[in-house]
Design a protein around this ligand. Structure first.
Ligand SMILES: [Zn+2]
Length: 112
């Protein structure tokens, strides 16, 4: 699958990890660093990423067959994502009634 957005071109940089992202990869710029650390680790360990997305305000990072070390790194990144604004990477918290997201004060705006 061709990757778009922040993840465009990563299939060339990380040919093992990103060669078979069947369900796509997307998340806000604020979480990109978290994702990059995981992608780098997966590539080094020969693990294929299957999907990256946001769900219920936290990062969801799905992989194929992987050692426990990789699953642990994903668990930690998922925990961190709950405290980082998905848009800008500053400290954030879970917000929203209809569309739940983890955002900082600025990106949460007044309405939520
Ligand atoms: Zn923000």
């Amino acid at each position: 699958m061709k990757l778009y957005g922040h993840f465009a071109g990563l299939e060339e940089q990380f040919p093992i990890a990103m060669r078979n992202v069947v369900c796509g990869a997307e998340c806000g710029a604020g979480w990109f660093v978290l994702c990059m650390d995981l992608i780098r680790l997966c590539d080094e360990r020969g693990v294929e990423v299957s999907q990256i997305k946001q769900k219920f305000g936290e990062l969801r990072f799905y992989v194929g067959e992987a050692p426990s070390e990789v699953h642990e790194a994903i668990r930690i990144a998922t925990e961190k994502s709950k405290t980082i604004c998905e848009e800008c990477g500053r400290p954030g918290r879970l917000a929203g009634k209809h569309w739940i997201a983890t955002l900082c004060d600025e990106h949460r705006g007044g309405g939520l």
